[in-house]
Ligand binder design. Structure first.
Ligand code: SF4
Length: 443
């Protein structure tokens, strides 16, 4: 439990003593399926392991499955002892089922790709030592391959930073619908799904990915700088009405640089983050979020007093983080507060691994820009346009998932679920829990 840096090195050395093999997989879980209490989270720790008829599979995945319930039923029908803690159990057992039928690893991966609706970037090890990774047919979540020539070690990772930190060379990003196996001889790439339609998560560029990760040969940081420049171009009058730019550390830091360059305004580092409050407010439960943000961000009062402040933010999901920051700025004497938001207005839920699964929790699904500004106490909220966001990523519209900002989902079950949910939302129904785990709405 908790953050990786808190794991003691003595514990890691002890694991190495107990794990004599030459292949390993692991996962830092961000919970978007299963229960969220401590016990369930520990039980849902990855890799998950499935066994049937002497066949064994260990699997770790990043993403989220949308058609969870019918698959869960299928697994319960086929595995006497199947326990669902999170959707990686489904991916693992679905694959195992195919292997049990005598299918090859490639065929089993194809079966998973064709029958699961959702996002899944998977790493796994079979009982006979095959080390593999694959991405769903839309390649929604990132997954890359790299190696260290000196130690002849081959690796997969969600982002390139882990290669940098371990002195590895980045080789390639997996293609949508691609299976890659790794052995001491290197990587073997197999395109399992022909002509897949890529739908890479656009939110990775704005929020999720680390700024020092590389996508399409560019640091995410550089893309976020472009986001900042774009907003200044789109809202020149507002940029002129500011005295200083301030980022909400660290979420708006990268785009603040772009805003600073394009507007010429001073980037004042007038808000500071508590070094030891490390929780990411976005992924906390509601009750914890308010007090955490309040403890986490401090304002350097005299730097903002009497000033018209432009804050840069990566996104507004519920709006409560930004509202608290604006409130603090007003109390410190800021005369105006504008918010520049790099990710366009989020109008719909995500079913692919970002924990915003209902319309009700999204301020942008209920309100337009003016209303949002009023609710969070800003003088104006300026979102980057979808067109400029796409351009800055270096991908085309058809290569990105933009579902939460356009309402067009790349996979059929997610679209059906979103449509059904929207209908209920417009009728005033408040969703409880995650919709893909709700028996009432199933595609
Ligand atoms: S719906 Fe939004 S957050 Fe979810 S994968 Fe698509 S772009 Fe990313």
């Amino acid at each position: 439990m908790d953050l990786v840096p808190k794991v003691k090195s003595s514990a890691i050395n002890e694991w190495f003593g107990r794990l004599p093999g030459s292949i390993g997989i692991g996962n830092v879980r961000y919970t978007t399926s299963g229960k969220c209490d401590d016990k369930s989270i520990i039980e849902g720790t990855q890799p998950v392991i499935g066994v049937i008829n002497g066949l064994k599979l260990a699997l770790s995945f990043n993403g989220n499955i949308v058609n969870t319930l019918p698959l869960k039923k299928e697994m319960l029908d086929n595995f006497e002892d199947f326990i669902y803690n999170c959707d990686s159990d489904i991916v693992c057992h679905k694959m195992l089922l195919a292997l049990k039928k005598g299918k090859t690893l490639t065929e089993a991966a194809r079966e998973v790709m064709e029958s699961l609706d959702g996002a899944f970037s998977v790493t796994g090890i079979t009982g006979n030592g095959e080390f593999f990774a694959f991405k769903d047919a839309h390649g929604i979540k990132p997954l890359c391959a790299g190696h260290d020539l000196h130690s002849k070690t081959f690796a997969f990772s969600s982002e390139t930073v882990s290669f940098d930190m371990n002195g590895f060379v980045r080789d390639f990003e997996l293609n949508p619908g691609e299976l890659v196996t790794a052995s001491p001889d290197g990587f073997k790439r197999i395109q399992v799904i022909e002509k897949p339609r890529e739908a890479f998560c656009a939110f990775e560029f704005a929020y999720f990915a680390r700024p020092d990760s590389i996508f399409n040969g560019k640091y995410v940081y550089e893309i976020r700088e472009d986001f900042g420049r774009n907003i200044v171009k789109e809202f020149p009058e507002i940029a002129k009405d500011g005295d200083i730019i301030m980022s909400v550390p660290e979420t708006g830091d990268d785009s603040a640089m772009g805003v600073h360059e394009a507007s010429g305004l001073r980037w004042e580092r007038a808000s500071r983050r508590h070094r030891y409050v490390t929780e990411r407010a976005f992924i906390l439960l509601n009750a914890e979020r308010y007090s955490t943000i309040d403890k986490k961000i401090n304002i350097l009062g005299s730097k903002v007093a009497g000033k018209r402040v432009i804050i840069t933010e990566d996104s507004i999901v519920r709006g409560d983080t930004t509202k608290i920051i604006i409130d603090k700025l007003r109390k410190a004497g800021a005369t105006k507060v504008y918010v520049f938001v790099t990710f366009p207005r989020i109008i719909g839920p995500c079913f692919y691994g970002i924990d915003m699964s209902s319309y009700g929790q999204l301020i942008g699904s209920r309100h337009n820009e003016e209303e949002i500004a009023k609710i969070i106490g800003a003088d104006g909220v300026c979102y980057q346009s979808i067109e400029n966001l796409i351009k800055a990523t270096g991908k085309t519209e058809s290569e990105l998932c933009l579902a939460c900002i356009t309402g067009k989902y790349p996979t059929p079950c997610a679209q059906k679920m979103a449509d059904a949910m929207k209908k209920r939302f417009l009728q005033g129904y408040e969703e409880k829990g995650r919709i893909y785990e709700n028996e009432e709405i199933q595609p």
